[in-house]
Design a protein around this ligand. Structure first.
Ligand code: SAM
Ligand code: SF4
Length: 328
């Protein structure tokens, strides 16, 4: 079992998109009320007094859409400036990124993942469930801004859904040839999206890799912050292609992360709801941070025993929270 030293922190469960695979139409989202969100002070207390003393040094800010949190730049600065922080990254849909990219960089953020499931404006708008025009263009401008500001590595997350965007696999992969962008293909997971998942199914990383290999060939590669991705490169390309195969492979023995939801639930594994603990309620009830550390230690022991394949009960219906609510 790996040392668990990586905390993914959801800053907010709301989002300005409604991606079909993440917040499907009809999903009960029950947004967290403002007073139930962890405050900036609570997030910092948990990082400094609970997680850092337990050896955590790497943090990722996510959501929902993290750029919707008004204090996001300030939080980045405070976390980046902690002497123990070795790595701070963010996952965003990029929609609000262009005007914020420089401020986030100046505040200390260096690594960013931007979700981009399509290069076609129409397909993109179909996926994000919002047909306001110009959304793709605005995300594209966010990506360009992040690139110019110097985020490195700059990763683009792609979830491939059969019949929706799988015809774009080669076009997306081709982005890495001329630009030092790192595409990460994430296998589509059945979390809170039963209807879409059973209607469309999913494509394995092996299948995606084969399609790309047949076009260009692939060599093994690596990029900073690999996490669970298997990384390859089109020969001669500037960027890389990562494949995250949480559906087709079990990489639990390599898993080094836990997730803190925007309302303070800490879960040991993406697919485990039964062992999560409610840190916010404990903190607000005046439980000492020393006691909270003990609770987190116990959760880490449970994590060591959890196997991704032994998830709660294996059907999407089990998961009461969508990815946007868990903090993807
Ligand atoms: N809003 C931000 C974004 O979209 O990048 C951050 C939160 S989002 C939940 C984080 C990541 O989870 C995104 O890259 C998204 O594509 C991925 N994701 C969401 N639902 C998923 C699903 N059902 N299967 C696989 N990946 C999913
Ligand atoms: Fe929002 Fe990200 Fe979920 Fe899409 S994947 S709905 S952008 S939280």
């Amino acid at each position: 079992m790996n040392q668990v030293d990586y905390l993914r922190i959801s800053l907010i469960d709301r989002c300005n998109f409604r991606c079909q695979y993440c917040m499907p139409e009809g999903a009960e989202l029950n947004y967290i009320l403002k007073q139930q969100l962890l405050t900036d002070e609570e997030i910092l207390t948990l990082i400094q007094e609970v997680f850092i003393p337990l050896g955590f040094t790497r943090f990722r800010l996510t959501g929902g859409e993290p750029l919707l949190r008004p204090s996001v730049v300030d939080l980045v600065s405070k976390i980046a400036n902690l002497p123990q922080t070795q790595d701070l990254a963010m996952t965003t849909n990029g929609f609000l990124l262009a005007p914020m990219a420089q401020n986030l960089y100046d505040a200390g953020l260096r690594r960013i993942n931007i979700s981009l499931d399509s290069l076609e404006a129409d397909t993109f708008e179909q996926i994000i469930g919002n047909h306001g025009r110009g959304r793709w263009q605005q995300v594209w401008e966010g990506i360009q801004a992040a690139y110019q500001v110097g985020f490195d590595p700059l990763k683009l997350n792609v979830v491939v859904i059969p019949g929706i965007n799988d015809h774009e696999i080669l076009n997306l992969a081709a982005l890495t040839i001329d630009k030092q962008w790192h595409i990460r293909f994430i296998e589509f997971m059945p979390i809170g999206n039963e209807h879409l998942f059973s209607a469309r199914g999913w494509i394995s990383s092996a299948d995606l890799r084969q399609r790309i290999y047949e076009r260009w060939g692939l060599t093994e590669s690596q990029v900073y912050g690999n996490g669970p991705a298997d990384v390859f490169q089109i020969p001669g390309a500037k960027g890389t292609l990562g494949f995250i195969s949480q559906m087709s492979e079990c990489f639990c023995d390599r898993c080094n992360r836990v997730r803190l939801s925007a309302d303070g639930w800490l879960r040991p594994c993406l697919l485990n709801e039964t062992s999560q603990i409610d840190l916010k309620t404990s903190l607000r009830a005046g439980i000492s941070t020393a006691q909270l550390r003990e609770q987190v230690k116990q959760l880490l022991n449970i994590k060591a025993e959890i196997n991704f394949k032994q998830r709660d009960s294996g059907t999407s219906g089990t998961y009461t929270r969508t990815m946007s609510q868990i903090g993807g």
